[in-house]
Design a binder for this molecule. Structure first.
Ligand code: MSP
Length: 509
C-alpha cells in the first residue's frame, strides 16, 4: 500500500500580511499532515508564498519598494506564521527562488516542445487582484466600474501580445479525467461547478504578459513574463526538485495526494493545473479540495473592505489550540464559516475546558487520591466498559475512510461524542462509591485513563500542544503517537507511572 502522503496549502500572495483566511487553509492542511503522520504515513507538507505578477509589483510600487525587498519582508511574516500556528510543514517555498524558476522554465519548454503553446494577441478583461482573465459574460458594471461577478474584483481591459496554452484542446480529456477520477475534486458541489464550466467550452489560455516585468521571463523571449498562475502552480513540483524526476522526493511524493485550497482558486487548480500537466505528460494530482471562506460578519475578508481578522490577535488573546480547535470544529469543512469571540469562548468553555480538560483533571486526581499515581490493575471489563472502549474499534474503519475524504466534521463529531460519553461513563460508574470494591474501582479508573489516552491521540492533529500535554500523563511523546493504538483496550500497563499535568484550558468567565 502507498504510505506516502503529499499535502499542500495554496502559496499565499505576500501583498499584505497574513489574515485568518490564510491561517485557515494552513491549519486545515496541518491537521491532515499530522493525522497521516500518526497513521504511519511518510508525509510531505508544503506551504509558501507566490511572489510574482502584477499584483505584487503594484503592491511593492505603492510602498515605493523594490519588489524583491518587498517580498522578502512580507514572505517572512508568512513563514513566521507557520511557527505561530505550530505547522508541521516540511518546506516553505518562495516562487522567487532559483529552484522554482528552473522548474517553471522546464515545464514551459516541455509545453513548447509538445506544441501546446503559440504566440498571438490577447484582448479581454483582466483582474490584477485575482490575477485572472475573465470572459465578457463573467463581468458586470457596478457604479460605472467593471467588476468580476463572482469575485467582485475590479477588471481592466488588456490588449497585448501573449503566448497562449491550447486549453481548448484539453476539454474532452479533462472531462474524461474527472469521470475516471470521481474524487479528484471535492467537495462534490464544487466538482459539479467545475464540470459544468468545462462543458460550456474552454478557450485557449493566455499564459504570458508583456506590460510589466515582475515575473519569470519566457525562455527565449525576454519581453514576456510567464503568467503568474502557471508560475505559481508549478511550486507543487519545484519543492520536490522537479525537473529532476529521479529525485527521491519527486519519485516518492508526486502525484500530490491533495491540494488544499480555497474555493476562490478552484478553476486554476481543477482545470488549468491538470490541463498543463496532462499536456506535459505529467500525472495530475490525486485531489483538489476547495474549502469555503472564513467570513468576517457576512463577507469575505479583504484588504479593500477593511474587515481583516488577524490570527495573531486571536492567538494572543485565547491561545493557539483554541483557535485551531474552533476553526476545525465550528466551520463546516467545505462551507463558509465565521468566527466571533462569543462562539470561540463557548467552544473553549464547553468542549475544551469542561469536557476534555475536566475529564483529564478529575480522573487523574481521583486516581491519585484512591490508587496512587500509577496505572491500576484491572479486573474483567464489564458490559459498560466494553461498550465505551469498543466505540473506537467499531468506528475505526469508517473514521479512516472519512478522513481520506477530508471529512473533518465526521472526525470532530466523533471526538466530541466520545468526550461526552467518557464524562458520562465516569459519572454513571460512580467510582467514589466503590471504595469497598477495589477491583471495580481500579477497573473504572483504568477504563477512564484508556479513554483519555485514545481521545488525546485523536486530538493530536487538532490541538497538538494540548494533546501532548495530556499524553504526558502516560509518558507518550510525539514520536510515539500511533493512531492504531486507539484499537488497543489494554495499552496501559499495570504499575506504570501516571504523571500529573497542569490545567489544560482555563475557562473564560
Ligand atoms: N497565490 C494564490 C494561490 C496560488 S496556489 C498555487 C492566492 N493567494 S491568496 O493569498 O490570495 O489566497 C490563498 C488562499 O488563502 C485562498 O485560496 C484560500 O485558501 C485562503 N483564503 C484567503 N482568504 C480566505 C478567506 N477569507 N477564508 C478562507 N480562506 C481564504 O490565491
Amino acid at each position: 500500500m502507498d504510505k506516502n502522503f503529499y499535502i499542500t496549502t495554496p502559496i499565499y500572495y505576500p501583498s499584505a500580511k497574513p489574515h485568518m483566511g490564510h491561517a485557515y487553509s494552513s491549519i486545515v492542511s496541518d491537521f491532515f499532515a499530522r493525522l497521516k503522520k500518526i497513521q504511519g504515513y511518510d508525509v510531505f507538507f508544503l506551504t509558501g508564498t507566490d511572489e510574482h505578477g502584477q499584483k505584487i509589483q503594484r503592491a511593492a510600487e505603492s510602498k515605493g519598494k523594490d519588489p524583491i525587498k518587498f517580498c522578502d519582508e512580507i514572505s517572512k511574516t508568512f513563514k513566521d506564521l507557520c511557527e505561530t500556528l505550530n505547522l508541521s510543514n516540511n518546506d516553505f517555498i518562495r516562487t522567487t527562488e532559483d529552484r522554482h524558476k528552473k522548474s517553471v522554465e522546464n515545464l514551459w519548454n516541455i509545453l513548447v516542445n509538445k506544441k501546446e503553446i503559440y504566440l498571438s494577441k490577447y484582448s479581454g478583461w483582466y483582474s490584477v487582484s485575482d490575477e485572472a482573465f475573465y470572459a465578457d459574460d463573467e463581468i458586470e458594471e457596478v457604479n460605472g466600474l467593471k467588476i468580476c461577478k463572482v469575485s467582485g474584483s475590479k477588471v481592466e481591459w488588456v490588449e497585448e501580445e501573449s503566448y497562449f496554452f491550447k486549453l481548448s484542446k484539453w476539454q474532452s480529456s479533462l472531462l474524461k479525467f474527472y469521470e475516471d477520477n470521481p474524487e479528484f475534486i471535492l467537495p462534490e458541489t464544487r466538482k459539479n461547478e467545475v464540470i459544468s464550466f468545462v462543458k460550456r467550452g474552454l478557450k485557449d489560455l493566455s499564459i504570458s504578459r508583456k506590460s510589466f516585468s515582475w515575473g519569470i521571463k519566457v525562455p527565449n523571449n525576454d519581453d514576456h513574463v510567464i503568467y503568474v498562475w502557471l508560475d505559481a502552480l508549478t511550486n507543487y513540483l519545484s519543492a520536490l526538485n522537479y525537473p529532476n524526476v529521479n529525485d527521491n522526493l519527486y519519485k516518492k511524493f508526486w502525484p500530490a495526494t491533495v491540494h488544499i485550497i480555497g474555493k476562490d482558486i478552484l478553476r486554476f487548480h481543477a482545470i488549468y493545473w491538470p490541463a498543463f500537466l496532462l499536456a506535459a505528460d505529467i500525472e495530475p494530482p490525486k485531489r483538489v479540495y476547495g474549502h469555503g471562506w472564513i467570513l468576517s460578519g457576512d463577507e469575505k475578508m479583504s484588504k479593500s473592505k477593511g474587515n481583516i481578522l488577524d490570527p495573531i490577535e486571536i492567538i494572543e488573546k485565547y491561545g493557539l489550540d483554541p483557535l485551531r480547535y474552533y476553526l476545525l470544529k465550528e466551520v463546516s469543512f467545505g462551507n463558509d464559516g465565521n468566527i466571533s469571540n462569543e462562539k470561540l469562548e463557548n467552544c473553549i468553555n464547553s468542549d475544551l475546558a469542561n469536557n476534555y480538560g475536566n475529564l483529564c483533571q478529575r480522573v487523574i486526581s481521583f486516581c491519585e487520591k484512591n490508587i496512587g499515581l500509577k496505572v491500576p490493575d484491572i479486573d474483567k471489563f464489564n458490559k459498560d466498559d466494553m461498550e465505551i472502549l469498543n466505540n473506537f474499534k467499531v468506528n475505526f474503519e469508517n473514521l479512516k475512510k472519512q478522513i481520506d475524504k477530508q471529512n473533518i466534521n465526521f472526525y470532530l463529531n466523533f471526538i466530541v461524542d466520545q468526550l461526552f460519553k467518557a464524562n458520562k461513563y465516569f459519572n454513571d460508574q460512580e467510582p467514589w462509591k466503590k471504595k469497598t470494591d477495589k477491583k471495580r474501582l481500579n477497573t473504572i479508573v483504568y477504563v477512564a485513563l484508556e479513554i483519555i489516552r485514545k481521545i488525546s491521540i485523536l486530538l493530536y492533529p487538532i490541538i497538538p500542544e494540548s494533546s501532548l500535554k495530556a499524553l504526558h500523563i502516560f509518558d507518550i511523546s510525539e514520536k510515539d503517537i500511533d493512531f492504531e493504538t486507539i484499537l488497543d483496550n489494554n495499552f496501559l500497563n499495570k504499575g506504570d507511572k501516571i504523571n500529573k499535568i497542569e490545567i489544560l484550558f482555563n475557562k473564560i468567565t
